[in-house]
Design a protein around this ligand. Structure first.
Ligand SMILES: [Zn+2]
Length: 324
């Protein structure tokens, strides 16, 4: 698309068109920022795939066609709806990447599934083995700090002086780069713009008191929020409220299976060793008694069912093979 364009009159230049100064308090509505933890509730919605109209807001304050005029030729012409889709998808993808980096920076344990939010940091770099979707600007090892400075570090900020003489920095203007060189590809710039929007809003969560409340379920991989950010080291994987029950059922089934295997092993260990006695005229009763002694159970002879006998025999056989 880019190559079919007419050559530019000007030499190649690149300018950053300031887009909108986002969310200056009271001036712009902050869509999706609800409840007592507004930054967190917004980020969670984006992570679930709903941008709450924020990308449209970023685009809407400076109509797309005006930029197309400024860019001055057909190369920059891009259907508005197409821009919106590109910006929104890129925004959501970058938000997920940032959230994963942030959450993973506090993970520990052999499978890195134990969550320690107090360890989270912006200098965490994913291990090489981690499969990260690499976009065209950042390598798989990029850290939150790298992404922040590459996307927002050069955005315009002005010092402001207030009535009482105190000063502060005005919100950064999230800019959109227009390059007049013939190879300029506006679709890539739209995606970069979406990534900037994500970084801008995620940085606001990081700068809020709720950055360590963000969590990701190890079972279904969905994002959710802790009521309270855990301060002590966790030893178990984190599950979202919906999966907590399922995970608990899984653990119970697991421990039951282990127990019943221990019973069968105990039976296999004494298999074939029964000798007739007055106390135990019956082999099955004797085996049940041996298992009870080892495992603290209370089985009667009917525990040694026909089905169990087959399993016990198999285990006894395996035991003999292992010994010889
Ligand atoms: Zn879950």
């Amino acid at each position: 698309m880019a190559n079919s364009a007419k050559p530019r009159r000007r030499n190649s230049t690149s300018e950053v068109v300031p887009w909108i100064p986002v969310a200056r308090t009271g001036l712009f509505p902050s869509q999706g920022h609800d409840g007592p933890r507004p930054q967190l509730s917004f980020v969670l919605k984006v992570l679930a795939g709903d941008d709450c109209g924020v990308t449209q807001m970023h685009l809407g304050f400076r109509p797309v066609w005006r930029v197309q005029e400024q860019a001055g030729d057909a190369r920059a012409l891009f259907a508005v709806s197409q821009c919106e889709v590109l910006v929104r998808n890129s925004m959501i993808a970058m938000m997920r990447r940032l959230a994963d980096l942030w959450i993973d920076s506090g993970k520990s344990g052999p499978n890195r599934e134990c969550d320690n939010p107090s360890d989270r940091n912006t200098l965490y770099s994913p291990p090489e083995s981690a499969a990260v979707d690499i976009d065209r600007w950042f390598t798989a090892e990029a850290r939150i700090a790298d992404i922040f400075y590459r996307l927002l570090g050069n955005e315009a900020q002005w010092p402001r002086i207030h009535l009482d003489g105190t000063q502060s920095l005005k919100e950064p203007m999230v800019g959109f780069t227009i390059d007049s060189s013939p190879i300029f590809d506006p679709s890539g710039e739209w995606e970069r713009f979406g990534a900037k929007i994500a970084m801008y809003w995620f940085a606001r969560l990081l700068d809020s008191p709720y950055s360590r409340h963000l969590a990701r379920c190890e079972f279904c991989r969905e994002y959710f929020a802790y009521d309270r950010a855990p301060r002590t080291k966790r030893k178990n994987p984190v599950y979202c409220p919906r999966c907590k029950g399922r995970a608990a059922v899984g653990r119970v089934q697991d421990s039951r299976r282990k127990e019943s295997e221990a019973h069968l092993d105990a039976a296999a260990a004494v298999w074939g060793k029964w000798k007739y006695s007055r106390a135990y005229p019956n082999e099955r009763a004797w085996i049940a008694q041996q298992v009870n002694t080892v495992c603290g159970t209370d089985f009667k002879q009917n525990w040694v069912s026909k089905k169990k006998v087959i399993e016990i025999q198999q285990r006894a056989e395996a035991l003999r093979n292992a010994k010889s």
